[in-house]
Write a protein that binds this ligand. Sequence first.
Ligand SMILES: Cc1cc2nc3c(=O)[nH]c(=O)nc-3n(C[C@H](O)[C@H](O)[C@H](O)COP(=O)(O)OP(=O)(O)OC[C@H]3O[C@@H](n4cnc5c(N)ncnc54)[C@H](O)[C@@H]3O)c2cc1C
Length: 322
Amino acid sequence: MEKREVIIVGGGIAGLSAAIYLGRAQRDTLVIDSGHSMAKWEPKVENYLGFPEGVDGDDLLKYGRKQAHKHEVDFVDDEIEELAPENGGFRLRGKKAKYTCESLLLATGIFHIPPEIPGVRECLGHSMFFCKDCDGYRVRGKAIAIMGANNEAVEYALGMLSYSACVVVATNGEKRTWDEQHAKWLAEYEIPVYTDRIADCQHSKCQVRGLVLADGTEVKIDNIFTTRGDVFHTQLAEGLGAKLDGEGQIEVDQCMRTSVPGLYAAGCVTPANCQMIIAAGQGAAAAQAINRDLFEKSLKNHKLRRFREEQLEREQTEPQER
Ligand SMILES: Cc1cc2nc3c(=O)[nH]c(=O)nc-3n(C[C@H](O)[C@H](O)[C@H](O)COP(=O)(O)OP(=O)(O)OC[C@H]3O[C@@H](n4cnc5c(N)ncnc54)[C@H](O)[C@@H]3O)c2cc1C
């Protein structure tokens, strides 16, 4: 059983940022990660501060891990399946081992649901995207299909007009649920709507070339954006009774504290906009709150004094009297 002061579940952008802060704050920190950060899906991140030529999302994770290692943070590859409160802290059961800690940060992220179209998966992050803020800029002037059948899909299509004049909506045979106002906007901006099921996505070398509808119609496009929604990795938080918001994200205060004392959450699993720089900022904020809360706790339970005594003994020094 590994015992740690702080455990971070999730070694993606939010978790790594928190790990760097906690390591530098001299907290005994372990990151447990199952290795599926969404950052791996983005071969060229162009909106993260400090990389004018862009950076591979996978490289960003490697740099973060290296930086956290430098500050004595440990990592294990494991997937946590269950959490339980224990002695004022938490017990974690992973697929490979068990762990305990005083403070726990959940940085478990989300999963964007890709469209169910044959052939689309290998284009993910290259020419098939989920996020206008991340990838709208790189598809300027291209032919873009927005997949979806609700108000959000229509607004997405309207928003993409800032990047390209050639935008279509494809419902993939889903029942349209957009309201009258949104239908009027589609008409006003003359956005074509394809309502048939999509039988195939033509592509080569990760580049989308077009959609083939069930009736044989071919729609030439360069990029797809989907609005199918997200799965939030909140099961662990729910197991501890943490409050979720209406959309199923973990509720946090400004310092990333959840409704459960000692439990914090950061990154896309919270109501924050799902962006790397925001996840990194939230990770840092969570780490600062954890550090502060542990400091206050150590004053109350005299742990800081015991730590200092041990330190003095190790160094064999006495405080100097003035
Ligand atoms: C195709 C694509 C392109 C993107 N492009 C951009 C972009 O250009 N710019 C941008 O700012 N953002 C972009 N994003 C979004 C960006 O990837 C996320 O904002 C960011 O990764 C969120 O960080 P996070 O730490 O919250 O989650 P993640 O980075 O996804 O990390 C979560 C981690 O938790 C781990 N985990 C989950 N559950 C468990 C468990 N039970 N036990 C152990 N580990 C667990 C996962 O394996 C994962 O490693 C893109 C996303 C996608 C899908």
